[in-house]
Design a protein around this ligand. Structure first.
Ligand code: DC
Length: 216
């Protein structure tokens, strides 16, 4: 399957690995659109919770998501999602969303619907897209794949510095062990350990690599 007419840079990695800051800055430097796929899973999770659906009830989760009017658009060169015309952006980091997002995103029908929306961004734009399965499932044919990691201690520190209560170890376990599109390192991904690097350092390494790969 080849849907990407435009160039896609895939950035995957576990929670709090620094991939959002890196992906946003990289997109800015390249003049590409930045798509945060985690935000899309978070938005749908909030919607499911607001409808009083148990995130462990995969059948009801799937029905709820199937009936939602999901619009994936852009604002200031970044992805922006509306569900039933509501913009949930300010609520995506709520504790209850952090706690439920891995369960909602493990439902295959949810992934199927959201992956189609994510792919559609590449019909009209060059993208930097970050997530868990961008290089392995969403855009497996892109030659530009990166996997950003950091030690568990560094990732915990980064989340704490953001003032968030987020059980990242539990989320990583769930995201890596689920059946549908688990977090894996794509075979052809370039792995970067960001534990001792600044955002600028990681971006510089990616830009170097992209140059070697001939990205204009
Ligand atoms: O990137 P993030 O921590 O905001 O992602 C939140 C959750 O969304 C993550 O724990 C699992 C899910 N997710 C996913 O299943 N696939 C993606 N491509 C991105 C996120």
């Amino acid at each position: 399957m080849r849907t990407a007419f435009h160039r896609v840079i895939a950035i995957d990695g576990p929670a709090a690995s620094g991939k959002s800051s890196v992906a946003r800055e990289l997109a800015r430097r390249l003049g590409f659109i930045y798509v945060n796929s985690g935000a899309i899973y978070r938005a749908i999770t909030r919607y499911v919770l607001q409808h009083g659906v148990d995130p462990d009830d995969g059948v009801r989760v799937a029905q709820t998501v199937e009936s939602a009017d999901i619009s994936c658009g852009l604002e200031n060169n970044e992805s922006r999602i509306l569900i039933d015309d509501v913009d949930p952006t300010d609520h995506l980091r709520e504790d209850r969303v952090n706690e439920a997002v891995s369960r909602v995103s493990s439902v295959p029908q949810v992934r199927q619907i959201l992956v189609a929306k994510m792919r559609s961004y590449a019909c009209n734009h060059d993208l930097v897209m970050e997530g868990r399965d961008i290089g392995s499932v969403v855009f497996p044919h892109t030659p530009y794949k990166f996997y950003i990691d950091a030690s568990p201690a560094v990732r915990l520190r980064r989340r704490a510095a953001q003032g968030q209560r987020d059980e990242i170890a539990a989320r990583d376990r769930a995201d890596s062990s689920r059946r549908a599109s688990p977090l894996i390192i794509a075979e052809d991904a370039h792995v970067i350990d960001s534990s001792n690097l600044t955002i600028e350092g990681v971006v510089a390494e990616i830009l170097n690599r992209l140059k070697l790969k001939g990205l204009k």
